[in-house]
Design a protein around this ligand. Structure first.
Ligand code: HEC
Length: 150
């Protein structure tokens, strides 16, 4: 065994360590990718309606006021959980109707309440948006955001 810490020992530790952590990094990346596709996002129910609903969400910049799964603006309520808060787990049709009614009845005009604009979405767009919010509510976020308000 070497008496002291030689140059070649240092080099071996450097290369060995780099290789070890590089392989670990690649393995964790593959695992994250696999986990996202098979566990956290419900890929099998990602329908055309969900995809179109996401476009409605983006085209109308809902995120300029709302957060979704904690990301976005904090002017208006978190919407990643709105489907669940509207009772969508127990009564999907009821939640869909409530969401559509909400979208159609804005702005509320109630004094002292923050106002949401009227987007004049078509029935198809409202339905797609509901698909998107329903699907989003099923993403496993490991408890994020930590409270209902995002
Ligand atoms: C200009 C800001 C603004 C934009 C843009 C906006 N909203 Fe809102 N939204 C609000 C506000 C403010 C409220 C809360 C109003 C209230 O409580 O009376 C709200 C509430 C909601 C609610 C009810 C939430 C709950 O917890 O009851 C839903 C659903 C919703 N918005 C969906 C959307 C969607 C979908 C879009 C994009 C098409 C959108 N909003 C864009 C401001 C906005």
């Amino acid at each position: 065994m070497a008496e002291r810490f030689t140059k070649s020992a240092a080099r071996n530790i450097f290369y060995g360590g780099s290789a070890f952590f590089f392989v670990t990094f690649v393995a964790l990346t593959i695992h994250s990718h696999y986990y996202m596709r098979t566990v956290s996002t419900d890929e099998s129910t990602l329908t055309e309606g969900v995809v179109r609903g996401k476009h409605v969400w983006e085209k109308n910049s809902c995120i300029n006021c709302h957060s979704i799964l904690g990301e976005g603006a904090y002017f208006a309520p978190e919407l990643g959980n709105v489907w669940v808060r509207y009772g969508g787990r127990e009564d999907p049709e009821g939640a869909r109707a409530a969401l559509v009614a909400w979208m159609q009845s804005q702005p509320s005009g109630i004094q002292g309440r923050r106002q949401m604009p009227q987007f004049n979405l078509t029935d198809q767009e409202l339905n797609d948006l509901s698909d998107f919010l329903e699907w989003t509510s099923r993403i496993k976020t490991q408890g994020w955001p930590p409270n209902d308000a995002g």
